[in-house]
Ligand binder design. Structure first.
Ligand SMILES: Cc1cc2nc3c(=O)[nH]c(=O)nc-3n(C[C@H](O)[C@H](O)[C@H](O)COP(=O)(O)O)c2cc1C
Length: 338
C-alpha cells in the first residue's frame, strides 16, 4: 500500500525553522507510550513514543511513527506484533529511560507477554496489542499502522501527559487517583521523587527564562535579589525619611538574599559604584552601613519584578488559582521550617 498524493502539486518550502516547527508541534499535548516487541533473539525491545494516535474503530486501527534512524527499526518493520503501552502519571522515569541510549532499558521492569511475545509493561494505564498491519515511509519517519487484537485499561490511574518537551505528572482533573501514587515511583527510584531534587528542578523551570532578563540588565542573580529585597523593604517602610526609605543594614540584607558575608558587602559596594544603591551610615549606630536603592536601582527592580510576575503567570497559566495558592502556601510552610 502506498500513500496517495495530491497529483501534480507540491508544497511551498517551509517558511519556519526546524526549531519553530518543533515548538509549534509541542503545543499539541499527548500522552506517552512505550512501544514494545521481541527481536529475533527473543529479547524485549522498546522505545518511548508520543506519536501514537487512533485511526479507525472498525477495524480497530492505531498508528505511531518511528524515526528512520531508530535502532529498533529492523525489529518493528520485520516483526508481526508489537504492543503499545500507555504510561501512567507515575511512570515518567520509565519514559525517560526508554528514550535514552546506552542504558539497560529493561533493568527491573516488570511485564507480561502479549501477542507475539510483545512485553506488556506493569503499571501502565492502557495496552494495545497490535498486529503489524502496514507501514508508510514519510520524510524521516515510518508510520506504523497496527490492527488491535486486544486492548486493556486501568480505571484507577491517570495517564502521563507530555507537551512542549515536558512531562506533566499531575492530572488536570484534580484528585485523580494517580496523583496519590505519583510521589513514589514503583521501582523505588530516588531522584525523581526526592523533595530536594524536585525543588531544584522546579526552581530551574521558574528561573530558566527570567535569568535572561536579569542578565540583560547586567545583573547577577544575587544583585537581582538585593534589588528585590530593597523594593519590598521600601513598601514596608513607606514613611521613612526620603533617602532612608527602605534602607536595610548590610547584615540583614545578606540574610534576606540568602548570601554570605563578605560577598554581600563587596556586592553592594559595586552596585553603589554602578549607581544602583546608596550606602548610608546608620544614624542609630555609626558602625553599621545601611543600603538603599537609588532611583535607577528602583527603576530596574520595578522592571524586573514586572517581568518576573508576567513569567510566573505564564508558568502557572495551566494551574487554577487554588492550586497556585496552595503550592505557595506549602512552600512558605516548608521554608519557615514548620
Ligand atoms: C516523550 C518522548 C516521545 C518520543 N516519541 C517518539 C516517537 O513518537 N517516535 C520516535 O521515533 N521517537 C520518539 N522519541 C524518541 C525515542 O524514544 C528515542 O529516540 C529512542 O532512543 C529510540 O530508541 P531506539 O533507537 O532504541 O529505537 C520520543 C522521546 C520522548 C522522550
Amino acid at each position: 500500500m502506498s500513500p496517495s498524493r495530491a497529483a501534480g502539486h507540491a508544497a511551498q518550502p517551509p517558511d519556519f525553522s526546524p526549531r519553530d516547527f518543533r515548538a509549534t508541534l509541542g503545543m499539541f499535548a499527548t500522552g506517552v507510550t512505550i512501544v514494545t516487541a521481541r527481536n529475533d533473539q527473543g529479547e524485549p525491545v522498546g522505545l518511548t513514543a508520543s506519536s501514537f494516535n487512533s485511526v479507525s474503530l472498525d477495524p480497530p486501527l492505531v498508528l505511531w511513527s518511528l524515526g528512520k534512524a531508530a535502532g529498533s527499526m529492523a525489529v518493528f518493520s520485520n516483526g508481526r506484533h508489537y504492543a503499545i503501552n500507555v504510561l501512567a502519571a507515575d511512570q515518567q522515569a520509565l519514559a525517560e529511560r526508554f528514550a535514552a541510549r546506552g542504558v539497560d532499558r529493561w533493568a527491573g521492569v516488570g511485564f507480561t507477554e502479549g501477542a507475539g511475545g510483545a512485553p506488556l509493561l506493569e503499571g501502565c494505564v492502557a495496552t494495545f496489542e497490535c498486529f503489524n498491519r502496514s507501514q508508510y515511509t514519510e520524510g524521516d519517519h515510518v508510520i506504523f499502522v497496527g490492527e488491535v487484537e486486544r486492548c486493556a485499561r486501568r480505571a484507577d490511574a491517570s495517564p502521563l501527559l507530555y507537551h512542549g518537551g515536558r512531562f506533566y505528572t499531575e492530572h488536570p482533573l484534580h484528585g485523580a487517583p494517580a496523583d496519590a501514587s505519583a510521589p513514589q515511583p514503583p521501582d523505588g527510584r530516588f531522584v525523581g521523587s526526592y523533595l530536594g531534587y524536585l525543588l531544584g528542578q522546579a526552581s530551574h523551570a521558574v528561573y530558566r527564562d527570567f535569568e535572561n532578563a536579569i542578565a540583560a540588565q547586567g545583573l547577577t542573580h544575587i544583585a537581582w535579589r538585593v534589588l528585590a529585597v530593597l523594593h519590598d523593604a521600601a513598601l514596608s517602610q513607606p514613611h521613612s525619611p526620603p533617602n532612608g526609605q527602605g534602607a536595610i543594614a548590610v547584615g540583614q540584607l545578606a540574610h534576606d538574599v540568602l548570601a554570605k558575608q563578605p560577598t554581600v558587602t563587596k556586592l553592594v559596594q559595586r552596585m553603589a559604584e554602578d549607581g544602583l544603591l546608596e550606602l548610608l551610615a546608620d544614624p542609630a549606630d555609626q558602625r553599621r552601613t545601611l543600603v538603599v536603592a537609588t532611583a535607577e536601582g528602583r527603576r530596574i527592580a520595578a522592571a524586573l519584578i514586572e517581568q518576573a510576575r508576567a513569567q510566573e503567570s505564564h508558568l502557572l497559566s495551566r494551574w487554577s488559582a487554588h492550586e497556585a495558592d496552595t503550592l505557595k502556601r506549602h512552600l512558605q510552610k516548608l521554608a519557615s521550617g514548620q
